[in-house]
Design a protein. Structure first.
Length: 405
């Protein structure tokens, strides 16, 4: 847990915007355009938090060696009793720790996301996509629930090697835990997250236990268990890593697939954008334009100066990924989705030590799922104006009502 000591810095522009305001949730880019015009760094009064607004500033924050995710020792406070299970997972999470432990665990986890490891998964993703499309109903239905979410959940269960039949409850636990990082966090969200963390931990231990005495199956869980047996991972680190991969492995992908379908459904260049030689670029443009995670925070460990802005040890800085990915200085006319746009590196999956380790799998899923959907359902039509879900810092659709026949 962290005690936030940020206050309003002198000589820094101040912006006010309630992140739970319904208009902001639907149209956050209006605010981002305003704050980018104020400068590289702005004090967002409603959090309160200094945020990097431009692509250049976000890039520097995410890559800076004196900024990281772990709470500085001087700011750590004990977890409240009603969040002990949740905090126990955070304490060993790859997302929340720094080197040397972070380096050791990330080197291990990265082994599962190389091309050699991911290539055999592609047929599984195609099979899952086809099976889901086969079950589409005749009339209007929610594509998020019928395709995006189950595709992402079943892909990560297949990748890790846990039963497909558990995907629904894993998804529910994940949703409850991820809500802790959203602007709508309150006591009710915390109670649900703690219950989910407790149940998820028990589930992970029940799955891992019997597998220790079994022959490796070639899935990623086998690799992690083998590493644990060689003392490369502690038991707590193993459980936390499995849960992080199950959580992060489907949340952003589910949002990204839904966002991309919404963008492509009636786009004039859809056919060209889905061509095998173009699909990778189209996926990157979708991730840039509709970034699944909009705000990612960093702690400051030592005096840092970026441009004319100085930070003190103990400060926190937010990287506005959603703003950086629309920066006209990098993408002219950045508020326009163009699947044929020349590809340039974006920060939708972060950068530096804490860049999303599962990004290669997410990209593969999208590159398979989008052409599969539109080739099988060329008449797909959105029949209700989509609304963005009230999940900020995340950005995904509440539902996507479509017909396909």
């Amino acid at each position: 847990m962290v005690s936030n000591r940020n206050d309003s810095p002198a000589d820094m522009p101040v912006a006010e915007q309630d992140p739970t305001d319904p208009h902001f949730v639907q149209h956050p880019y209006e605010f981002y355009n305003r704050v980018r015009a104020l400068g590289d760094f702005v004090y967002w009064k409603d959090y309160p938090l200094v945020v990097a607004t431009t692509h250049a500033a976000v890039h520097k924050v995410l890559k800076h060696p004196q900024m990281g995710r772990a709470v500085p020792r001087a700011q750590r406070v004990g977890a409240p009793a009603d969040l002990e299970s949740f905090q126990a997972l955070e304490d060993h999470s790859l997302l929340e720790i720094e080197p040397p432990d972070h380096s050791r665990i990330r080197r291990l986890v990265t082994q599962g996301f190389t091309g050699e490891q991911l290539f055999p998964i592609a047929p599984d993703i195609s099979r899952i996509a086809d099976a889901l499309i086969d079950r589409f109903p005749e009339g209007p239905f929610d594509l998020i629930e019928a395709y995006s979410r189950p595709l992402a959940a079943l892909t990560i269960t297949n990748f890790l090697g846990v039963p497909d039949s558990d995907a629904t409850r894993l998804q529910a636990w994940s949703n409850d835990m991820v809500a802790m990082y959203q602007a709508r966090r309150d006591a009710g969200v915390e109670r649900q997250a703690e219950a989910a963390a407790r149940d998820f931990t028990a589930y992970a231990r029940d799955i891992i236990g019997p597998r220790r005495d079994q022959a490796p199956r070639g899935d990623f869980l086998s690799l992690l268990i083998e590493a644990s047996a060689k003392a490369a991972l502690s038991d707590d680190e193993l459980v936390s890593t499995v849960i992080l991969l199950l959580n992060a492995g489907h949340e952003a992908t589910a949002h990204s697939v839904g966002n991309a379908v919404n963008l492509l459904a009636a786009h004039t260049d859809r056919t060209l954008g889905l061509h095998p030689e173009q699909i990778a670029n189209t996926v990157e443009e979708g991730l840039r334009f509709a970034t699944p995670l909009h705000l990612f925070q960093r702690h400051v460990y030592a005096p840092v100066k970026i441009g004319d802005v100085s930070f003190r040890p103990g400060d926190q800085v937010g990287a506005l990924l959603g703003s950086a990915c629309r920066d006209d200085a990098v993408w002219p006319d950045g508020d326009r989705f163009d699947p044929l746009r020349a590809r340039r590196p974006h920060v939708a999956f972060g950068l530096g030590l804490h860049a999303c380790v599962g990004a290669p799998l997410a990209r593969m899923e999208m590159q398979i799922a989008l052409p599969a959907l539109f080739s099988r359902c060329p008449k797909l039509k959105i029949v209700e104006k989509p609304c963005v879900a009230d999940l900020y810092h995340f950005h995904g659709l509440e539902r996507l009502m479509v017909t396909v026949r």
